[in-house]
Ligand binder design. Structure first.
Ligand SMILES: [Fe+2]
Length: 317
């Protein structure tokens, strides 16, 4: 949110020992009341019968972590149940009176991360708010990156608030693989496609080796390009869900060229699922109204889903 202007290799690491898997799996370590699979999916008949992606109905870390299923017929059998933690739009700012730039939302995330396991971490931009905040934003990334332990890796792209100075310094932060215009394929049939600039999505897609493609892009408007390219899932941010709004469909301003009622949520266009996160931080003013910060954990589920001719809401959040 802010200014409106709106690319196979094998990769992987497994540092999951001793950590709690995230997903729709009930267990004593889910501290805030994990629902059984059928209840979490909202459909007792399970994924084979689902025709739309299904929202999980609980949240963790004080409401920050929200879990949703992405139901898609092309999810490889080896990727069934794969979990993706999506972080976006941090908008870290230089502290007015010095000290660390570590807002409360990151304290909640920091408390949650050591106790949960995910397969992939995806970050979709806007780490700092303004070039004067680059030092604080890079400091945040240096502190956060060691906590992000996706089994298949941690991947990031940049957003419209990330200037050349931040990009250059962020690339030196260990533990994050930054995707400017490229793709990375995993052994489970999933390929992550990263495009830090909208115009790079075509190139990144062309470079990919197929598979079930999950694209990381900042602008949700790129869903139209993604759908034309046959990309399966798009993870985006930028809108902050409107940041100040009455409801998910009543959002006065989103900095997006999509209709304001499409500020956040899960949508389908053709065979492409678009997830627009409300994000973690704020632009312009440090205020959110009826639009809390959000970090989504998506679980890939293979299931039937009708193609749509227009951008159609599956879940609004
Ligand atoms: Fe943003």
């Amino acid at each position: 949110m802010g200014n409106s202007n709106s690319s196979g290799k094998q990769a992987g690491r497994d540092e999951s020992a001793g950590r709690v898997p995230v997903g729709i799996r009930p267990g004593p370590d889910h501290r805030t009341g994990t629902l059984p699979d059928s209840a979490a999916s909202g459909n007792p008949e399970g994924s084979r019968a689902r025709s739309q992606a299904v929202p999980a109905t609980f949240a963790e870390a004080g409401g920050l972590i929200e879990q949703y299923e992405i139901v898609h017929p092309a999810v490889p059998a080896e990727a069934e149940g794969m979990t993706i933690l999506h972080l976006t739009d941090f908008h870290i700012r230089k502290p007015l009176l010095g000290g660390p730039a570590w807002p409360g939302v990151l304290k909640r995330l920091e408390a949650w991360l050591p106790h949960h396991d995910v397969d992939l971490v995806a970050m979709t931009g806007d780490y700092g708010d303004h070039p004067k905040d680059d030092q604080a934003a890079v400091g945040m990334l240096e502190r956060l990156a060691p906590m992000l332990r996706g089994r298949l890796g941690v991947f990031g792209i940049f957003g419209n608030h990330d200037g050349a100075g931040l990009v250059e310094r962020a690339k030196r932060v260990g533990g994050v693989r930054w995707l400017g215009c490229e793709s990375v394929a995993f052994g489970n049939g999933v390929t992550v496609v990263g495009a830090s600039f909208p115009e790079d999505l075509v190139g990144a897609s062309a470079e990919s080796e197929g598979g079930f493609r999950v694209a990381l892009i900042h602008y949700p408007t790129e869903v139209y390009t993604a759908a034309s390219l046959g990309i399966d899932v798009v993870l985006a941010g930028h809108t902050h869900g409107g940041q100040v709004r009455w409801s998910p469909t009543m959002t006065p301003h989103t900095s997006s060229d999509l209709p304001s009622g499409l500020a956040s949520g899960m949508y389908r266009l053709g065979g492409t699922v678009l997830c627009i996160s409300r994000g973690l931080g704020e632009a312009v003013a440090r205020v959110r109204v009826r639009c809390p910060a959000q970090a989504c954990v998506y679980t890939l589920r293979r299931g039937e889903a009708a193609r749509t001719e227009t951008l159609t809401a599956i879940v609004r959040w």
